[in-house]
Design a protein around this ligand. Sequence first.
Ligand code: GRF
Length: 211
Amino acid sequence: MSAIPRVAVFASGGGSNFKALIEHQKTGKLRAQIVGLITDQPKAGALEFARAQKIANAVHAESDRKVREQNILATLQEWKPDWLVLAGFMRLLSPEFLNHFRDKIQECFRVVNIHPSLLPAFPGRDSYRQAFDHGVATTGVTVHFVSSGVDDGPIIAQAPLQILPHDTVDSLKARGLALEHIIYSATLERLWSEKWELRPTASGRRRLHWL
Ligand code: GRF
């Protein structure tokens, strides 16, 4: 891997996390070379932003997963990323696809995701709403390695977010996204600049240790 990692971002939606990553990269808070944006949504806000900023981009909206992933891999062979950063990418990646990004030392994939809850609580879609409707006092955000499961894979960092008495789902989500933007870049920067390893836990999962 090069000293400054080459990073491809995957996004399906509005792209506020993608925008924050670009902003932090420009201001030096995130040392990374963002080589391009992959999206599965031709109308994604993230795509519009990439085009406006003249960041390399590719739309892979093929409905067949195998075909879509083959085409994404072809794009990535040109961009040669060291890491994939998922920022609101609404598709599961197959084990075959992930295997192309296997980290041989740590036995994980060099694919990272941000999820808007304190995993393992509230995986899946609409997690701010899930947390709000469940009535929990505290939710949060999680940055984790991607595995072939849904919002699974070893946790890299978590940050709590209190649900306030006057909150609505929308206000909670707005504060949550602002927190995501800070945590994502800070965690990636740490992951790429510090030493870490994944150690097995008694439950058969793995815990990240900063060395
Ligand atoms: C974020 O809440 C992210 O955690 C989740 O999808 C949302 C994407 O938002 N995976 P945006 O497109 O980055 O604004």
